[in-house]
Write a protein that binds this ligand. Structure first.
Ligand SMILES: Cc1cc2nc3c(=O)[nH]c(=O)nc-3n(C[C@H](O)[C@H](O)[C@H](O)COP(=O)(O)O)c2cc1C
Length: 143
């Protein structure tokens, strides 16, 4: 099995919770990514939606190192029908055939799914979080 690492971006900590669960189950590295933009409050929400809809480029910073990681699990939110801009930047920096993508949303699914090792949709509305995590972790442990 390749050495796995979980990388996440979050605004309201749902992706953080999911990323922590996955890294705990797999006993692997957990790395947070930030774009250093303030998305707090109603103005932050509106900024997030507007940036996502306009496909605005943001730079990202990794808050800890990824040394030794060979295969990645990206965890992050869906904003206004697409991935949060920081997630789009993250995806551009790695080959998709090294990435499992876990998308957190209220209920929508991301359209851009091609080329990844796997794509998983966690919907807050249906409460499928633990089931999806279990499926992903089991698959990874059996490969
Ligand atoms: C600006 C913005 C736009 C969003 N748009 C959608 C959407 O189009 N569809 C959806 O199902 N959820 C949408 N959501 C909900 C988030 O995907 C959901 O709350 C997610 O759990 C947030 O993850 P986080 O806590 O890691 O930031 C949106 C949230 C924000 C802030």
């Amino acid at each position: 099995m390749n050495k796995l690492g979980v990388i996440y971006f979050t605004r309201t900590n749902n992706s953080k919770r999911v990323a922590e669960k996955i890294s705990n189950k797999l006993s692997c590295k957990l790395v947070q990514v930030t774009d250093n933009i303030n998305y707090k409050g109603i103005f932050g929400y509106l900024k997030a939606g507007s940036y996502s809809m306009r496909n605005k480029h943001v730079d990202i910073e990794f808050l800890s190192d990824l040394d030794g990681v060979e295969e990645y699990i990206f965890v992050g939110p869906l904003w206004a029908g697409g991935l949060a801009p920081a997630m789009r930047t993250l995806i551009k920096q790695f080959p998709r055939d090294k990435v499992h993508l876990v998308v957190i949303s209220t209920e929508s699914h991301v359209e851009d799914r091609s080329g990844f090792l796997s794509v998983h949709d966690i919907e807050n509305k249906t409460g499928n979080e633990d089931q999806v995590i279990e499926g992903l972790v089991n698959n990874l442990q059996n490969t």
